[in-house]
Design a protein around this ligand. Structure first.
Ligand SMILES: Cc1ncc(C[n+]2csc(CCOP(=O)(O)OP(=O)(O)O)c2C)c(N)n1
Ligand SMILES: [Mg+2]
Length: 544
């Protein structure tokens, strides 16, 4: 006689076998069996205040650690709430799995409780999306979801599990457990292809490498730095919806205009790269596409209309390593273009070091980030998060980006408090700063309660201009000053809200008080919000 296990126990034990230490979750009828099953494992359930926050936390976990973050939500409305946040993870190429409860199989098509086509709903914002149909194979399916999430271009994989399968008992000899992380099926970059790429680079006057968001964590940035050093080709990550105009990248748009060869390293040729056409590019610029997805290599070929000189389906990190290795035995180009390019990327207007607010009791964003910068630099493990509109763009351009997360290509604001909380679980010591605007903080303000409950300190640096300024700037530009409306907010005391939730609040309306507020927030050991009264300033534009 073998031991029978519930489907829920198979799920929990499979996750544990696959290395999962914690699950970001919010309870609900369809998943209470999974809460129960987690008690028999070492898995920590971090329960939160909105399903989207659970997804954002799993997303941040995936980005920071490279392991698939796991979120778990109930069926129907829980799943629906979670879906929007998958879009952010998809854009950021973040490995994560969303486990959603689901109406029982015997209820389907009969108007079951919270029955809705969950897999269809999540499909456009995920790498793969399906509903389990058998309790015995739940473990294998979770393994498969994790493998898909972490391989090739990483991304979110939602798996819906009907509640009756979670309750069903399966004899242990019938259980199909997951393979310990099946290997990626994405090919390596072949040496002759790598040599052809390097030859094209050698023949170009002003080549640039555009890398995708999957390289934006510490190991990815280090790898890209080594690739830049080995090839003497400037290499940047395009991870913002502002694309090549992301203020992080200085005067990249002026540099891109001069490029005669663009190497897309796991970077989609899309709106962020302005499809490498139009007035911002040399009309003869040639493109190389190295990408894990055949469809994106093909798309680059169509878009470039004869100017795609090479396309290869390959794993991004492996391709970078291969290029570095092959470059070692080739004649390396002179460093003049790289030095010129780095100066453009590092360029920041001189005025930024002295600029001060013109409005009484409000700080200019540059004043905020001049003060914050040494605190971010002090510890190399510090995690910086930038989220939101104009204020955060100033942060992106003025703060170091070694260990940084932004809301990403999806252009979806609101994830930062959840990112910060998750980052604190991954990073126990170093400071964590979340830079965000007053509109943005409203999406998941209640996660401060989660952070207090779980004793997860971080510092939210809130630029409060009582405005959805990014959209307000669009109105000003497109429709004129007298037609600006519908974007104003109250000068709310978010610092007091955070204090009321058990965290630490600071209020700043003078630049001189800001260092003390940062010290106070860090010393409190609590989740903290520094509510800074800021001027409404448009995002920076950096030109050569
Ligand atoms: C989910 C989502 N909703 C709306 C938007 C549009 N949007 C982008 S920035 C922004 C304003 C952000 O305001 P705030 O956080 O106060 O920053 P500010 O621009 O004022 O510095 C809005 C509404 C978006 N990008 N994502
Ligand atoms: Mg604002």
């Amino acid at each position: 006689m073998t031991e029978a296990l519930r489907g829920a126990d198979i799920v929990a034990r499979s996750l544990e076998r696959l290395g999962c230490e914690r699950i970001f979750t919010l309870s609900g009828n369809h998943i209470m069996s999974l809460f129960d099953a987690a008690l028999e494992t070492k898995i920590d359930l971090v329960h939160v205040r909105h399903e989207a926050a659970a997804v954002h936390m799993a997303d941040a976990w995936g980005r920071l650690t490279g392991q698939a973050g796991i979120a778990m939500v109930t069926g129907g409305p829980g799943h629906a709430n979670a879906v929007g946040a998958l879009y952010t993870a998809l854009g950021a190429e973040s490995p994560m799995v969303l486990l959603s409860g689901h109406a029982a199989t015997w209820e389907l098509g009969r108007g079951g409780f919270q029955e809705i086509r969950q897999a269809d709903m999540a499909a456009p914002v995920s790498k793969a999306s399906w509903t389990a149909t058998s309790a015995a194979t739940l473990g294998r399916e979770i393994g498969e979801a994790m493998r898909i999430a972490t391989s090739g271009r990483p991304g979110p994989v939602p798996l819906s599990v009907p509640s009756d399968l979670l309750e069903e008992r399966v004899e242990s000899n019938a259980i199909v457990w997951p393979d310990a992380h099946g290997a990626s099926s994405i090919p390596a970059l072949a040496d002759p292809v790598a040599d052809a790429v390097l030859a094209a680079i050698a023949g170009a006057r002003q080549p640039i490498i555009f890398a995708g968001p999957q390289l934006s964590n510490v190991s990815g940035r280090a790898l890209l730095g080594r690739l830049e050093a080995a090839t003497k080709v400037p290499a940047v990550i395009i991870e913002s919806p502002r694309g090549i105009a992301d203020a992080t990248l200085g005067a990249l748009s002026d540099l891109a205009r001069r490029a005669d060869l663009i190497v897309l390293l796991g970077k989609a040729l899309d709106f962020t790269t302005r499809w490498a056409t139009g007035s911002g590019f040399d009309p003869n610029v040639r493109v190389i596409s190295i990408d894990p997805e055949a469809a994106l290599v093909e798309r680059a070929g169509r878009e470039m209309n004869g100017r795609l000189v090479l396309g290869s389906i390959a794993d991004v990190r492996n391709a970078a390593e291969t290029l570095i290795a092959r470059a070692a035995s080739m004649k390396v180009r002179e460093g003049g273009w790289l030095a010129e390019a780095r100066a453009a990327l590092d360029k920041r207007p001189a005025a930024w070091s002295t600029i001060v607010s013109q409005t009484p009791s409000r700080l200019h964003p540059a004043e905020v980030f001049r003060v914050l910068r040494p605190y971010v630099e002090r510890d190399p493990d510090t995690v910086l998060i930038c989220d939101g509109g104009e204020f955060a763009q100033w942060g992106q351009s003025m703060l170091p980006l070694r260990r940084r997360m932004i809301n990403g290509v999806a252009g979806s604001i609101g994830g930062s408090l959840s990112f910060a909380l998750s980052a604190r679980l991954a990073e126990r010591q170093a400071p964590i700063f979340a830079v965000l605007g007053d509109g943005t903080i409203g999406f998941h303000l209640s996660e401060f309660e989660t952070a207090v409950r779980r004793k997860l300190p971080f510092v939210a640096v809130l630029g409060n201009d009582s405005l959805w300024n990014a959209e307000s700037q669009i109105q000003l530009r497109e429709y004129g000053k007298e037609r600006m409306h519908g974007c104003d907010l109250l000068p709310a005391r978010y610092d007091l809200v955070v204090a009321a939730l058990g965290g630490h609040g600071e209020f700043v309306d003078k630049a001189a008080d800001f260092p003390g507020a940062i010290e106070g927030a860090l010393a409190s050991g609590k989740p903290a919000c520094i509510n800074i009264q800021t001027e409404s300033i448009a995002a920076p534009v950096i030109r050569l």
